[in-house]
Design a protein around this ligand. Structure first.
Ligand SMILES: NC(=O)C1=CN([C@@H]2O[C@H](COP(=O)(O)OP(=O)(O)OC[C@H]3O[C@@H](n4cnc5c(N)ncnc54)[C@H](OP(=O)(O)O)[C@@H]3O)[C@@H](O)[C@H]2O)C=CC1
Ligand SMILES: O=CCS(=O)(=O)O
Length: 251
């Protein structure tokens, strides 16, 4: 059976993707920082598919390299890497943000994604034709909005990094896709507001956001296309989310 490695599998898109790949019999390498959640997911899926749960902070380059180095033989033939672990913080004007929050977003969304990709490239190239890297970007990487500051910039990095990777991976058979979701109801806003459940509920109230399963389905779709097809970028919004007009500062 093919193997998918999913970062940030303890919640949201990552957990839904794990369930989606498992439904088609894929073996899974599931990572995240919250061990209990990883173990619960392993318990849920482990009867039907092979699951390796690895407690891992993607920001720790050495730990990431070691974990990949020490993958058991049965889990080394990875077909799909889903670079999903990430977060937004500080939904307020740039001039009011703590510098530490900017660093956390860069360390996770940029450095963490780069750490995992660097460690996994040899295994994906070894798999070759049909292998894929699915990076989770965001609409925030393309469309500016107030309070987007460093979060949007990290997702712009994810998109461009993926395109550049494609250039260097030419001839290896390894595909690279940026899936950029719009508003989706996960723990994302709870994390972004540092635990404000009311703010999270309010954001999703009275509209129809994407659900984690919607994005999981796209991830699975991209990873299981015939090997000669590479979707470069897929931007997915809820039907009830669109753009705002430019704003003007007036006297
Ligand atoms: N929800 C949305 O509206 C959108 C989200 N996205 C992106 O989708 C991705 C998944 O987010 P989503 O599912 O919504 O949010 P969740 O908060 O539900 O899930 C985030 C996942 O990332 C993991 N994670 C965060 N930091 C680290 C870290 N340092 N090391 C390892 N794992 C980490 C978390 O695991 P743990 O805490 O256990 O480590 C968790 O499993 C993110 O990259 C996010 O930016 C993009 C567009 C829209
Ligand atoms: O990446 C998340 C979606 S949004 O909050 O930037 O619209």
């Amino acid at each position: 059976m093919p193997i998918a490695m999913i970062t940030g599998a303890t919640s949201g898109f990552g957990r839904a993707a794990a369930r989606r790949f498992a439904a088609d019999g894929w073996s899974l390498i599931l990572t995240g920082r919250r061990t209990e959640r990883l173990e619960a997911l392993k318990k849920e899926l482990g009867d039907s598919v092979e699951v390796l749960a690895l407690t891992l902070d993607v920001r720790d380059a050495q730990a990431v390299a070691r974990a990949v180095d020490e993958l058991p033989e049965a889990f080394r033939g990875v077909t799909c890497l889903v670079n999903n672990a990430g977060l937004a913080l500080a939904p307020k004007p740039a001039q009011e943000v703590e510098l530490a929050d900017w660093h956390t977003m860069i360390d996770t969304n940029v450095t963490g994604l780069v750490n995992v990709t660097h460690a996994m490239l040899p295994l994906l190239i070894e798999t070759g034709r049909g292998a894929s890297i699915v990076n989770i970007g965001s609409v925030a990487g393309s469309w500016p909005y107030p309070g987007g500051h460093v979060y949007g910039a990290t997702k712009a990095f994810v998109e461009q990094f993926g395109y550049n990777l494609r250039c260097d991976l030419k001839g290896t058979g390894v595909r690279v896709t940026d899936i950029s979701p719009g508003m989706a109801e996960t723990e994302f806003t709870l994390v972004r507001t540092k635990g404000d459940q009311g703010a999270s509920d309010e954001l999703y109230r009275g509209t129809t956001p994407l659900q984690a399963e919607d994005i999981a389905e796209q991830i699975f779709h991209v990873a299981t296309l015939p090997p000669h097809i590479n979707i470069n970028r897929m931007e997915v919004m809820p039907t009830r989310q669109t753009w705002s007009p430019f704003t003007i500062d007036r006297d």
